[in-house]
Design a protein around this ligand. Structure first.
Ligand SMILES: [Zn+2]
Length: 145
């Protein structure tokens, strides 16, 4: 948790052992040094781990890691962007839906209220069908019919 690797490549000035192939890395040859920064706590601060690799071994371990963690394509659902005119149309449809819903609530107990309810519900469905082509039906609408 909380380790941030920091990778540098430089000339080896102190003979060390490659973490990948476990062979010596000699002075004067390129070495990849990886520090893992531990954010630490009150008692411990600083770089707490460092590993050395031959440059080709650093690549090899990286490819090995990727091989064990196959590429997964990131799927991003992109909402269609509406042009100004369609946005306006959508706005008016949403308003119409809410208005019909409100009217239906206010139908009360008039003798013809059932017919009005059916008419308003039909209107709401019509609006839904239109909105579906203009950026999609809001999730909550289906429950409100
Ligand atoms: Zn190596």
């Amino acid at each position: 948790m909380g380790t941030i690797p920091n990778v540098t490549m430089k000339w080896c000035v102190k003979k060390s052992t490659c973490k990948w192939c476990e062979q010596p890395i000699n002075n004067g040859t390129p070495v990849v040094t990886v520090f893992f920064w531990n954010k630490g706590n009150e008692n411990h601060r600083g770089w707490n781990r460092s590993y050395s690799y031959h440059p080709q071994c650093w690549i090899a371990q990286g490819l090995d890691y990727l091989g064990r963690n196959p590429y997964v394509q990131q799927v991003r659902v992109k909402k269609p962007t509406l042009c100004e005119e369609d946005r306006r149309k959508r706005y008016l449809l949403v308003r119409k839906f809410h208005k019909a819903e409100q009217q239906r609530k206010n139908c009360g107990s008039f003798p013809d209220s059932l017919l009005s309810e059916i008419r308003l519900t039909q209107q709401m469905i019509d609006v839904m069908l239109e909105v579906a082509t203009l950026g999609g039906v809001p999730e909550s609408w289906a429950e409100r019919l």
